[in-house]
Structures are given as C-alpha cells and as structure tokens.
Write a protein that binds this ligand. Structure first.
Ligand SMILES: Nc1ncnc2c1ncn2[C@@H]1O[C@H](COP(=O)(O)OP(=O)(O)OP(=O)(O)O)[C@@H](O)[C@H]1O
Ligand SMILES: [Mg+2]
Length: 224
C-alpha cells in the first residue's frame, strides 16, 4: 500500500485539512485515493473528519465502513476504554481493514488521531498503528510560538519507535491577525535539527479552491 499517514504534534493543528487537500490534489491528477480515518472519537452522530476525507476522494461510504473505530466521547481511545466504552482492539486487524479498504486505490491517505502518542490502549499509541501501516509519515505542526518543542518532542518519540518522517508540515492554522514572529524562523530552526527531512510551510488558505495548490509541494515530496 502506497500513500501517507498524517500525524501531528497534537490535536487541531490541521491533519484533516492537510489530508483533504492532499487527497483533492491527487484526485485532480486522476489518481484513485482511499482517504481514511481509522480511529475517530467525538462522533456525535457523524464521523466529521472521516466524512471530509471520504468526500474528498469521492467515496463517502469509506467514512462509515465497518471495522473502523468510532466512539461518541471526545476523548483518547484509552480514556474511553477506561470509562467502560469501546475498545480499539487488535491494531493488526485495524491495519488490515485499512489495507482492504484501500485495495483498489492508487494511494491510501490516512489521518491519525490527535498527536503522535495518543494512547489507544494501555500498551499502544497511534504511533503503533502508524508503524503497522508503513506509509510515508507526515507530521503536521501549528506554525506558531511553541512549535519547536512540540515538533522536537514528536520526532524524538517517532525516532525511538523507528518511524522515519518523510516531511514536517508547518501549518498556518491561527486565525488571529496578531503577528507571531516565530512564524518566520520556525522552519529555519527545525531545518538545523532535521537537515534530511523536508519542512513544508503551508499558508492559511481562505478559499477552499486554493487547498490543492497549498498541498502541491507536499504531494511532490511524497511522489503521490
Ligand atoms: N492551512 C489552513 N488554512 C485554513 N484553515 C485551516 C488550515 N489548516 C487547518 N485549518 C482549519 O483549522 C481547523 C483545525 O484543523 P483540522 O480539523 O484539520 O485539525 P486536526 O489536526 O485534524 O484536528 P483533530 O485532532 O480534531 O483531528 C479546521 O477548522 C481547519 O479547517
Ligand atoms: Mg482531524
């Protein structure tokens, strides 16, 4: 299975946005994409992220395919399990399900959940699912003050698990017009730490039509 696993330094930094943009960019070039969110919480009643991805790749049924983890509580899966809710269960089975769903596609574009170490159960995190899927790993981070430590932390955690990172995306998520001086230097500082990993700056895009262009550089890096 070829494609990308979109993980992040944390929640709300643009994983769905980027995965959607990347999917649209591939679809526009005539590729068949299976854009999948295998684990989604806060599903009340719809898996909103999964639906965005599924619509972008033109296969809405992917969002509600059996065998994917869905839970109503807006919590990490292990927190849900501890409250007596749904368990994620076998990660091998979940990875196999993703592969089946992407069987006919040229590429699988898979969104993680939260940041790189979201606990799925007492023994596993989303990084374990990322390793099993063995796609090109992309780490999305919010391009704002604080991102250096968040990104160094996330990449150290992935390196310990022998997961290589194909690209880091510094995403301009913030709506606030307030100047953030770090935005101009974050990429440069991170490049010193990770000279072999492409660091892609993605602008805040107002018009959805511009999403495809914004994902173009990343698509080239991933060769998808
Ligand atoms: N480059 C961008 N330009 C404009 N809006 C963006 C951009 N990146 C993210 N957003 C917006 O920021 C918000 C958070 O992004 P998104 O939902 O993709 O984050 P996420 O990492 O998938 O969150 P979650 O952890 O809940 O899955 C969304 O409203 C999204 O549309
Ligand atoms: Mg999301």
């Amino acid at each position: 299975m070829k494609g990308a696993f979109i993980t992040a330094t944390g929640t709300g930094v643009g994983k769905t946005w980027l995965a959607t943009a990347l999917t649209l960019a591939c679809v526009q070039r005539g590729k068949r994409v299976a854009a999948i969110k295998p684990i989604e919480t806060g599903v009340d009643p719809d898996p909103i992220d999964a639906l965005k991805l599924a619509r972008a790749c033109g296969n809405e049924s992917l969002a509600s395919a059996p065998g994917l983890y869905r839970a109503k509580e807006p919590l990490a899966p292990y927190a849900i399990e501890k409250r007596g809710g749904a368990r994620v269960g076998s990660l091998r089975a979940l990875a196999k399900r993703v592969r089946e769903l992407a069987h006919d596609a040229d590429y699988a574009i898979v969104e993680g959940v939260g940041g790189v170490l979201v606990p799925l159960d007492r023994e596993h995190t989303i990084a374990d699912l990322c390793a099993l899927l063995d796609l090109q790993t992309v780490v999305v981070a919010r391009n704002s003050l604080g991102v250096l430590s968040y990104t160094l932390t996330a990449l150290e955690a992935l390196r310990r698990r022998k997961i290589s990172v194909r690209a880091i995306v510094l995403n301009h998520v913030d709506r606030s017009p307030k100047e953030d001086l770090s935005r101009t230097s974050n990429a440069d500082v991170l490049a010193d730490y990770f000279p072999r990993i492409p660091i892609v700056r993605v602008p805040r895009v107002q018009d959805p039509k511009d999403m495809v262009d914004a994902a173009g550089t990343l698509r080239n890096i991933l060769k998808i």
